[in-house]
Design a protein around this ligand. Structure first.
Ligand code: PLP
Length: 348
């Protein structure tokens, strides 16, 4: 079958970051210690037992990645091997079976291919968000691992994550609530880390911020990350730093930006604890980065009961964030040379 069916007639440029039902999703089950052959299904609803550990004890993990259309029509994934690796780290941490790398990549490719009509065209500003997930299903009551699991991949065309489209400046509010404990599950992409953040995000938004910024839970001094993005900071000395912490998600976007900064932009880079209050004066530019957020410059931060501008007026996109953004997006869309070998083309 030729997957290249006509594109859906959507207003691609107007898409926000919302679920839009597409035609197919991939599903495979792990039963009696083995992965069974998976397949594409049309039903977006999952029927699970009321005692499923995913529902009660959050025995589940997920991933987030994107497919982009290049100018020549190629469909490009960005470093999917790292999503596979990260999902398996979460699976092991929560006593779930790993999804073999080949199975993960094949499932993602199959789902993207089957939903070709929903992949935003080149130049639309939108992309296809891909959500792989692994959940503990089946009957259970006590706190013990599930005996069966479902691996599922669904996709949805999306626009910008923050309502400010493109490379627009956002603001963050330091939360009085902790996201993850130093030796907890903060470095894994597991649902258990996110439910507690809903109220923190709501409170940040009530202050007029786009999202919450978390400090380390032990001392409340060092920057951890934002609700759904890691942080990068261009210092006045010309270097780029990113907060090191055991409690943050190892963002694939952040790791890529740090490589771009050192290898392409010739910047000195450091991955180290960053103390907010004592180092803030040295900040030249700041960004929140992730698959969904891409790289959103942060203009101001709320902490100690006041707004603090990162740059002069709190609204300017600085040259470092601009360059990092242009390079990252350029590579992801196949416009710039993929010198790091980060792109994975999906055969259509
Ligand atoms: C808490 C959190 N931090 C950071 C990120 C960014 O990670 P990545 O760049 O791998 O998407 C995400 C996901 O988007 C996230 O949920």
């Amino acid at each position: 079958m030729d997957a290249k069916v006509a594109k859906k007639n959507l207003n691609w440029a107007e898409l926000g970051f919302q679920y839009l039902r597409t035609d197919f999703r991939f599903s495979a089950c792990h039963v009696d210690g083995e992965w069974q052959a998976g397949s594409l299904v049309e039903d977006e609803n999952i029927s699970v037992h009321e005692g499923a550990p995913a529902l009660h004890y959050a025995q589940q993990c997920f991933e987030g990645m994107k497919a982009q259309t290049a100018e020549d029509g190629r469909i490009l994934l960005f470093r999917p091997d790292l999503n596979s690796e990260r999902m398996n780290q979460a699976a092991s941490r929560l006593l779930m079976p790993e999804v073999p790398r080949e199975m993960f990549i094949a499932a993602v490719e199959e789902t993207v291919r089957a939903n070709y009509a929903w992949i935003p065209p080149y130049g639309s500003g939108a992309s296809l968000y891909i959500r792989p997930m692994l959940i503990g299903v089946g009957e259970n009551l006590g706190l013990k691992p599930a005996r069966s699991f479902e691996f599922r991949v669904f996709v949805s065309p999306v626009g910008p994550y923050y309502k400010e489209a493109g490379l627009a400046v956002i603001s963050l509010a330091v939360s009085g609530m902790d996201r993850a404990a130093p030796n907890g599950t903060g470095s894994y992409k597991v649902g258990a880390n996110y439910a507690g953040g809903l109220l923190a995000t709501r409170k940040a938004q009530e202050l007029g911020a786009s999202e919450a910024l978390y400090l380390d839970a032990a001392e409340g001094r060092f920057i951890d990350e934002a609700g759904s993005a890691n942080i990068v900071i261009a210092l006045k000395d010309g270097s780029l730093v990113t907060p090191a912490s055991n409690a943050i998600l190892p963002s694939i976007t952040r790791r890529s930006l740090m490589t771009i900064a050192s290898d392409k932009l010739g910047m000195s880079t450091a991955d180290r604890p960053v103390e907010l209050r004592t180092e803030f004066e040295d900040f030249q530019e700041m960004g929140a980065c992730g698959t969904a957020a891409v790289l959103s410059p942060v203009g101001r931060i709320w902490f100690d009961d006041a707004w603090h501008n990162v740059n002069d007026d709190g609204q300017t996109v600085g040259p470092v964030m601009q360059q990092l953004y242009d390079t990252l997006i350029g590579i992801q869309k196949g416009e710039l040379d993929d010198s790091f070998g980060w792109l994975h083309e999906v055969d259509i």
